[in-house]
Design a protein around this ligand. Structure first.
Ligand code: ATP
Length: 380
């Protein structure tokens, strides 16, 4: 087992593309670390650099106490699992599992024992004589994992290992990967663009955007205390609604939240809100579950645009009327930079709550779940 350290890593490809920018991160021994982010954010490049398949432009990668920049992939003792399984089609499952052990020149009796153990661990014993094409997608992915596990590497790297599986199988193999990693306790880095995988698998999750690390934290912390608007809108399904706002002080001394022409007195969170900048453009954020049918305390009105009924609940997509005010252009600009539409508000409401597209809807706001960000997008 091993710790991993990325130290000030930069990667610039020959054509000038900067794939990774000043990336530093420590992965603990036995940790399940997930890298998540939109396509092209540099996740695979980081894995490939760690595996020794891609050169580092500057910085250092450590496994344990050793700087491994110049080590061959073999010497790093890392096993990788890819989305396309990368199995040898002409070999049986047994031979596929045995292959890395043959490469390592392990004696035959040890090889046989290891293959049998691994097949047992992954539920593959009955399929050992089959060829990959005689297996389902899920079974193939199990063989791919088996081939990674069989040589007891110090690190597992998994690059989107579930993306070729159907939704049901993805959930099943995801659970199996979690159980396997827990059982073996091998330090793992798992790359995905699927936030559900990231949130369910990771001890910690590192969120990347354009080659830059945005935040690394346990899933709950990322969801509850996003460091910036990108993390806030990326996580959650749907993500946090973000809109221009500012705060003034009411005659009674309570902070007042202005959203377009609407004003909300913040009583419950008055002391926290008092620490926020007064009369300056801000980004406010609300997760869908922070909007409630309860009509007490602060409320917001919106024009309902579309409704998605999910059976047990409904997602109501609405637009804040006159969300803009003088000074809010800078907020719009910021939100556009992360591909977020301004003024849209999404509420998660009970399925029997009467609501219709085109109508106005007033919802209660759980003000303890109000988020604020400055014009650089940083959480306040
Ligand atoms: P995806 O989820 O789509 O696989 P990713 O987050 O894994 O994306 P990378 O594959 O690491 O992203 O790519 C990061 C950036 O580096 C992208 O802009 C990509 O186009 C670029 N890139 C990757 N490989 C090369 C290469 N060999 N030459 C030039 N640019 C590259």
């Amino acid at each position: 087992m091993a710790t991993i350290e990325f130290r000030d890593i930069e990667k610039i490809f020959d054509d000038g593309t900067q794939a990774v920018d000043d990336f530093s991160l420590n992965v603990q021994d036995g940790e399940f670390m997930v890298f998540v982010g939109p396509s092209g954010c540099g996740k695979s490049t980081l894995l490939r650099m760690l595996a020794g398949l891609e050169e580092i432009t500057s910085g250092a990668i450590l496994i344990g106490d050793n700087i491994v920049n110049d080590w061959t992939p073999q010497r790093r003792n890392i096993a990788m699992v890819f989305q396309n399984y990368a199995l040898y089609p002409h070999m049986s499952v047994r031979r596929n599992l045995e292959f890395p052990l043959r490469m390592a020149k392990m004696p035959k009796s040890d090889r046989q024992r290891r293959v049998a153990e691994t097949a047992e661990l992954l539920g593959l014993t009955a399929y050992l004589e089959r060829r990959p094409k005689q297996l389902s997608g899920g079974q193939r992915q199990r063989v791919a994992m088996g081939r990674a596990v069989v040589r007891k590497p110090s690190v597992f790297l998994m690059d989107e290992p579930l993306s070729n599986l159907d939704a049901k199988m993805r959930v099943q193999i995801r659970t199996e990967i979690a159980a396997l990693q827990k059982r073996l306790g091998t330090t793992t880095i798992y790359v995905t663009h699927d936030q559900v995988e990231a949130m369910t698998l990771g001890t910690r999750v590192a969120i990347l955007r354009d080659g830059i690390l945005q935040q690394v934290a346990p899933p709950k912390t990322l969801y509850g205390r996003p460091a910036n608007i990108f993390v806030a809108s990326f996580l959650g399904n749907p993500g946090m609604s973000l809109f221009p706002a500012n705060i003034s002080r009411s005659a009674q001394g309570y902070p007042k939240l202005h959203v377009g022409e609407q004003q909300l007195e913040l009583k419950t969170t008055a002391s926290r809100a008092a620490e926020l900048p007064i009369d300056q453009p801000l980004v406010a954020g609300l997760r869908p579950e922070a909007l409630t049918p309860v009509r007490e305390g602060p409320q917001l009105s919106l024009r309902v645009e579309t409704i998605e009924s999910l059976g047990h609940e409904q997602l109501v997509y609405g637009q804040l009327p006159n969300a803009n005010y003088s000074g809010s252009e800078s907020v719009d600009h910021l939100l556009q930079s992360i591909g977020h539409s301004t003024g849209q508000l999404i509420a998660r409401l009970p399925v029997d709550y009467a609501v219709r597209p085109g109508n106005d809807l007033t919802v209660g706001i759980d003000e303890r779940q109000l988020y604020f960000f400055n014009l650089e997008g940083k959480a306040l």
